[in-house]
Design a protein around this ligand. Structure first.
Ligand code: SF4
Length: 195
């Protein structure tokens, strides 16, 4: 059996992240690491090593669906693999992401009020006020945390559903970060070839 490396345990970080956001929403800011690190790795090295090694979320799905046997291990439907779905989902995801940033801006500019809710699947508003104490941070900082945690929780729930229904890492087939880093790698390597 291959020896375990430190990065094989990053699934703990992903699980802990969701738990911490349940107690204090400001921990949601840590999730930016999962946003910037894959972009930096793909832009600098032109590889998807973040997905292959360092993504705790992918590991978590593998663990729950594989070792824990929670996945039906069925083939993922062809439409989820298709370009139109993956790129369409990427566009939709980032549209919602920028909408979240805009709501943060409104609170920052004083044109909106802080909403202490976590929005699941871009639809269901869950009260989450226990996780915010208003201690020493500006309202926009908290608004971003609520919004970003919503994004992370929504993608985790979608990933868990597809893990249960299909293969453990089915989420990785249409994960917006995976699609985006793939595009960055393609562009980077294309540029290298043309130099
Ligand atoms: S595709 Fe998404 S969830 Fe899967 S390993 Fe890459 S970043 Fe992680």
């Amino acid at each position: 059996m291959a020896q375990k490396r430190w990065y094989d345990y990053l699934w703990i970080f992903s699980a802990l992240y969701l738990v911490l956001g349940f107690f204090n929403i400001l921990f949601a800011w840590i999730g930016l690491l999962c946003f910037f690190i894959p972009i930096i790795i793909s832009a600098v090295f032109g590889t998807k090593s973040y997905c292959g090694r360092y993504c705790g979320r992918g590991q978590l799905f593998q663990l729950l669906g594989g070792k824990c046997g929670l996945s039906r291990q069925k083939e993922i439907p062809a439409f989820l693999r298709s370009h139109w779905f993956r790129y369409g989902f990427l566009i939709f995801f980032f549209t919602m992401f920028f909408n979240m940033l805009y709501n943060t801006y409104l609170v920052f500019a004083g044109a909106g009020t802080l909403k202490q809710v976590v929005t699941l699947l871009w639809t269901f508003k869950l009260p989450w006020n226990w996780a915010y104490t208003a201690a020493g941070v500006a309202p926009w900082v908290a608004q971003f945390a609520f919004g970003f945690y919503s994004v992370m929780l929504t993608s985790t729930v979608l990933g868990l559903i597809t893990m249960l229904l299909f293969r453990p890492r089915s989420w990785c087939v249409y994960c917006p970060m995976g699609t985006m880093t793939q595009l960055i790698c393609t562009a980077k390597n294309h540029k290298k070839i043309n130099l």
